[in-house]
Design a protein around this ligand. Structure first.
Ligand code: SAM
Length: 201
C-alpha cells in the first residue's frame, strides 16, 4: 500500500526531536497518541535508538500506520496500538507520552479525555509533551493560527484550537505540573508537563 504521508511531519520532526532529546537521552518507553502517518515515530525511533516508541491511533489510521512501522522494520517500534482517547488506555506505565497536532483535531470531549486520562499510563515523574497550536488568553497568537482555526472549524465544527489555560486546568487536576512552554516555528508550541502525583479523590 502507498504509505500515508504528511508534509508537516517532515518540516517539524527535527525541531521536535530537539525538544524531546533531553527527556529521551537516558532511554525509556514512549507512548505516542494519534501517531497518524507514523513519520514522527520512525524518525524519533531512529534518532533515539535507546528508547522504545509505541505508536497508537484510532481505527481508521491503524492500517497505514502499521504499514509504515512494518516497512521500516525498526526493533524499537512495536506494532501500533488501537487507542481512541475516549476509550480504555493501555495497562502500562510509560516514561513519556508524546502527541503532535492532535488536540486541535479532537473535539472538546476527546481532548478532555486525553488530558485527564493519560496519567493512567505514566510513571510518577514521567512527562507529557504536546506539540501544536494553542490560543492564549482566549486569543490567537498569529493571523495564520486564526486562519487555521477557521479552516479546521469549516472542515469539522467540533475541531478547534484549544486554549492553553483550559488545557492547563485539566492537566493540573490530573496531577501534572507545567515545566516548559516552548515557542516552535510556524506559531506552534511544545508544552511539557511532569506527572507528579495522582489527584486526591
Ligand atoms: C493532524 S493528525 C496528526 C498526526 C501526527 N501526530 C502528526 O503530527 O502528523 C491528528 C491525529 O489525531 C488522531 N486522533 C484524532 N482524534 C483522536 C482520538 N479521539 N483518539 C486518538 N487519536 C485521535 C487522528 O486519528 C490523527 O492521526
Amino acid at each position: 500500500m502507498k504509505l500515508p504521508y504528511a508534509k508537516a511531519c517532515e518540516e517539524n520532526k527535527q525541531v521536535i526531536a530537539e525538544v524531546l532529546r533531553p527527556f529521551l537521552q537516558a532511554g525509556g518507553d514512549v507512548l505516542e497518541v494519534g501517531s497518524g502517518t507514523g513519520q514522527h515515530a520512525v524518525f524519533f525511533a531512529e534518532q533515539f535508538p535507546q528508547i522504545y516508541w509505541q505508536t497508537s491511533d484510532r481505527q481508521d489510521c491503524i492500517e497505514g500506520l502499521s504499514a509504515r512501522i512494518g516497512t521500516v522494520g525498526l526493533i524499537n517500534t512495536p506494532k501500533p496500538l488501537l487507542l481512541h482517547v475516549d476509550g480504555s488506555w493501555p495497562n502500562y506505565r510509560y516514561d513519556l507520552i508524546f502527541s503532535s497536532n492532535t488536540l486541535h483535531i479532537m473535539d472538546k470531549h476527546s481532548a478532555e479525555c486525553f488530558l485527564s486520562r493519560c496519567n493512567q499510563c505514566l510513571k510518577p515523574g514521567g512527562h507529557l509533551i504536546v506539540y501544536g497550536a494553542f490560543n492564549y488568553n482566549q486569543g490567537y497568537t498569529s493571523e495564520s493560527n486564526r486562519e487555521f482555526d477557521q479552516w479546521l472549524q469549516k472542515r469539522d465544527p467540533s475541531s478547534y484550537i484549544k486554549d492553553f489555560e483550559w488545557v492547563e486546568k485539566i492537566v493540573n487536576a490530573a496531577g501534572f505540573k507545567l515545566i516548559d512552554d516552548i515557542a516552535m516555528p510556524a506559531n506552534n508550541r511544545s508544552l511539557v508537563w511532569q506527572f507528579e502525583t495522582l489527584p486526591k479523590q
